[in-house]
Write a protein that binds this ligand. Structure first.
Ligand code: FPP
Length: 246
């Protein structure tokens, strides 16, 4: 029996976050340039989005470019930006066909202007879609996001528009880039690395973490379904004891 048949479709995570890692190693293993790994990684993104649409995952967030990735060699940064631009433009029609809304989080203004413009355009043309929201984390880091939220709240306190005792989890959430998205129940990281790498630190307070040795360009929807089956075997207690659940 395949992993899809083992899924309990009544207990799917609403939101899955993915750290897509291992593109460079995948390419190197084949004696190819790193960029080839990223290009192949796009095929995995497409298959995983379709897998999410197929089974009914409402939110998928992928870590496509971190704040720290700006420190990579300029040729690789440029290639990633070009790949991003060509992919979103090529996929706009398919996103619409699959009823997928494109969203982006991160310090988007630091992206090249063409990237900003094309992202805004594809987000606009897919904005009415409702089956799944695909969020690209771009020039994103959780520490940047938390600091930005903190500054916005501090500003409101300074201007006398907000009292200290009004600062709650809900108010903080509302200042995050993910304010319209539920916290992920499941986070997947490929390539055998066991780190969170500055991804959604606030939002992942109670997220189930799943690590696989599979390199991102080899990761396909059957691997996604396997991760969800594993997630469904876990007991999520949120600090309570087993007997208190249900
Ligand atoms: C990590 O692998 C991957 C990235 C930093 C980029 C991810 C980008 C893509 C999959 C393509 C663009 C995505 C979209 C949504 C259009 P790595 O380079 O760190 O691999 P390594 O650890 O083996 O070096």
């Amino acid at each position: 029996m395949g992993f899809k048949e083992q899924l309990d479709i009544n207990r799917l995570p609403e939101h899955i976050a993915i750290i897509m890692d291992g593109n460079g190693r995948w390419a190197k293993n084949q004696g190819k340039f790193r960029v080839f790994g990223h290009e192949s990684g796009v095929l995995s993104v497409k298959d995983i989005v379709e897998g999410c649409v197929d089974i009914g995952i409402k939110y998928l967030t992928v870590y496509a470019f971190s704040t720290e990735n700006w420190n990579r060699p300029i040729e690789e940064v440029n290639a990633l930006m070009e790949l991003l631009i060509s992919t979103i433009n090529e996929q706009a029609e398919t996103l619409n066909k699959n009823n997928v809304r494109l969203n982006a989080i991160g310090d988007l203004k630091s992206l090249p202007q063409k990237c900003i413009d094309d992202l805004a355009n594809v987000m606009e043309v897919t904005s009415k879609n409702s089956r799944c929201t695909l969020t690209l984390a771009l020039s994103y880091s959780a520490k940047w996001e938390i600091l930005s939220a903190t500054k916005k709240i501090a500003e409101q306190v300074k201007e006398g528009k907000l009292n200290l005792d009004e600062i709650s989890e809900e108010l903080f959430n509302a200042q995050l880039t993910t304010s319209n998205i539920p916290d992920p129940e499941l986070m997947i990281r490929t390539s055998g690395e066991h780190r969170i790498s500055n991804f959604l630190l606030w939002q992942m307070a109670y997220t189930e973490l799943y690590f696989t040795e599979t390199l991102w360009p080899d990761f396909r929807r059957e691997d996604l379904f396997e991760a969800i089956v594993d997630y469904q075997k876990r007991e999520r207690r949120f600090g309570k004891i087993s007997e208190q659940l249900n």
